[in-house]
Design a protein around this ligand. Structure first.
Ligand SMILES: *Cc1c(COP(=O)(O)O)cnc(C)c1O
Length: 424
């Protein structure tokens, strides 16, 4: 019985796959404060042209630029692993597989889009990038990508994480990035939140406002977003593109695909290429998106037009949202504390093609500890949400005796989140 798919270079995707042209309908377009569709020209004040092209393309496939592919080759294709030890521990007839995105130096799937975005910024002559980060994974991935392409980087980091996760700051600093606790006094939006509360813990929405404000005032800098946007979901499709070929090599095909969701990008990355398969005549698959009970965007939020940031500087997107002012409690899964959700993932939930689920922190940390003990990889607390749901599916299969094939995304490792597992 095979345990690993080979890391055969033939499995490296040389194209991003775009789900949009295959969908029965698309989410309504982003709008401005007056409710008019946003002109892509407005986005040019923030994003490199290459990103805007990826945001709006309707082509079914998009070639990955050579420089980006070269950088991917350091860690792609990522491993696809059959979790035999986990199956044994659960005494389940289900077959469980995971795609492991933690093998790159920054430790999560976020490098897949960080590399593409830094490449566009460098190619179009920007001196640097400004961004936000929650727990620090996005800042880490982007710092490495900026270092690779010779770009300057400013990162607004949610203050609660800035204080709790000093190691991510160190990682970003090693790669030449500057980290600012957000809310900061460097921007008008930051100062307005600090005036109300000098100890404000921050939120991803506030950090986005600060990053956007800094970019609007500096023509030699562009803005980068680590999740949510259609372009980011497009970049992450390399995960599912590889997984389809790797599952084929293993001689199996999933009946369920599971991913954790913060902004929706790692889930999209694994799921969208498989959704395309189901829409073009392939076998049915159940798609499960897992979020924390503490930030229940899909399970308790409303589908509505809402801003991506806390100060109303970004366009409004049609998405499930808890409200742009939502300040989530300080759970360990910092990457899952966003008030909104990718418009594409929101749309698929609305269409009934993706089923959301919410898990309590205690349950996911226990699932993460068990996974570490049997499979030998300490997962990021975010990824442990997907593990907990995979465990539940495997246990259901034990009760019903059904032959389920569960594939989940192990979006990152938890070596910089050890304190989460220790203090639970
Ligand atoms: C950021 C992050 C997430 C959540 O973001 P998505 O855009 O929903 O994927 C999940 N897992 C890890 C390891 C992360 O760093």
């Amino acid at each position: 019985m095979r345990r690993y798919s080979s890391r055969n270079n033939e499995f490296l995707s040389t194209r991003y796959t775009n789900l949009k042209p295959f969908l029965p309908s698309l989410p309504p377009p982003p709008v401005d404060n007056e409710g008019n569709p946003v002109n892509p020209e407005v986005l040019r004040a923030l994003f490199p042209d290459g990103m805007i092209e990826h945001e709006i393309t309707t082509a079914p496939e998009v070639d990955i630029p050579g420089e980006v592919l070269d950088a991917y080759r350091v860690f792609r294709p990522s491993p696809l692993v059959r979790a035999l030890a986990l199956e044994k521990a659960l005494e389940t007839p289900a077959r469980i597989y995971y795609k492991y995105e933690g093998t790159n130096p920054a430790g999560s799937h976020k490098s897949n889009t960080a590399i593409a975005q830094a490449f566009f910024a460098a190619r179009e002559g920007y001196a640097g990038i400004t961004t936000e980060t929650g727990a620090g994974q996005w800042g880490s991935a982007l710092s490495q990508a900026c270092c690779h392409f010779g770009l300057d980087l400013d990162v607004f980091m949610v203050r609660a994480s800035f204080l709790q996760k000093p190691l991510r700051k160190t990682f970003i600093g090693i790669h030449g990035g500057r980290v600012h606790a957000s809310p900061s006094n460097l921007t008008r939006s930051g100062r307005s939140f600090l005036e109300n509360d000098p100890e404000h813990p921050g939120s991803l929405g506030i950090a986005i406002s600060e990053a956007v404000e800094m970019v609007v005032g500096s023509p030699d800098r562009c803005y980068s977003l680590g999740s949510v946007s259609d372009a980011v979901c497009l970049h992450q499709s390399v995960i599912g593109g590889e997984a389809i070929l790797q599952m084929e090599e293993m001689g199996d095909f999933p009946t369920e695909i599971i991913g954790c969701v913060g902004g929706g990008s790692n889930f999209s990355g694994l799921a969208f290429p498989f959704i395309e398969k189901t829409l073009t005549g392939g076998d049915a698959i159940r798609f499960t998106a897992v979020e924390p009970v503490a930030c229940p965007t899909l399970t308790k939020g409303k589908l509505m037009y809402d801003h991506g940031d806390a100060s109303g500087l970004t366009p409004k997107y049609m998405m499930y949202s808890l409200g742009a002012g939502f300040v989530p409690p300080p759970i360990h899964a910092g990457g899952l504390r966003y008030h909104g959700m990718a418009p594409l993932v929101s749309h698929l939930v609305k269409l009934g093609m993706v089923t959301p689920a919410a898990y309590e922190q205690e349950r996911i940390l226990e699932a993460g500890r068990m996974f570490a003990r049997v499979e030998g990889i300490l997962p990021a607390p975010e990824s442990s949400h997907a593990i907990a749901a995979a465990v539940d599916s495997a246990l259901r299969a034990r009760e019903t005796g059904s032959e389920e094939v569960v594939l989940f995304n192990l979006s990152g490792h938890g070596f910089l989140d050890l304190s989460a597992y220790g203090t639970a």
